[in-house]
Design a protein around this ligand. Structure first.
Ligand code: ADP
Ligand code: MG
Length: 139
């Protein structure tokens, strides 16, 4: 089924000029980038986006990282886009990520792991709506 997922190219990756290389992995996997914008995430946006992790010990560090440099927010569209993107991103910890995945190739560590991808269709809808209006997504 064609669906959409939400992606962020994180500060560690934009800082190292990896946006194009990451987009190439995304497109080579058959996912279409149907919306994309480079922004500086505010502290309020980062806190809200990662609210589910607010009790975790790394929450403060995570919010600090996400606001430390620009990010590229994206909507990806394709067959089983949520699961497909999770697969090509690789495991949260790059040491556990499979060969060829974005995190295996580019991530620095478990915190600075280059990309975010939604973990369910329900969360994808919520996350997309935090950064894009319907008319900004051109499928
Ligand atoms: P994912 O991004 O793979 O969905 P989680 O939702 O579990 O992973 O965590 C959200 C983000 O929080 C991770 O991508 C990573 O940037 C950060 N994070 C997760 N676990 C840790 C950790 N143990 N130490 C530092 N940062 C972490
Ligand atoms: Mg997650």
């Amino acid at each position: 089924m064609t669906e959409r997922t939400f992606s962020i190219i994180k500060p560690d990756a934009t800082a190292r000029n990896l946006t194009g290389k990451i987009n190439a992995v995304i497109e080579d996997a058959g996912l279409r980038i149907v919306a994309q914008r480079r922004i500086r995430m505010t502290e309020d946006q980062a806190k809200k986006f990662y609210e589910v992790h607010k009790e975790r010990p790394f929450y403060g560090e995570l919010v600090g990282q996400m606001t430390s440099a620009p990010v590229v927010v994206q909507v990806l569209e394709g067959e089983n886009a949520v699961a497909k993107y999770r697969e090509i991103m690789g495991a949260t910890n790059p040491e556990q990520a499979a060969e060829g995945t974005i995190r295996k190739q580019f991530a620095l560590n478990v915190g600075e792991n280059s990309v975010h991808g939604s973990d369910s269709q329900e969360n994808a809808k919520i996350e997309i709506a935090q950064f894009f209006t319907d008319d900004q997504i051109v499928g």
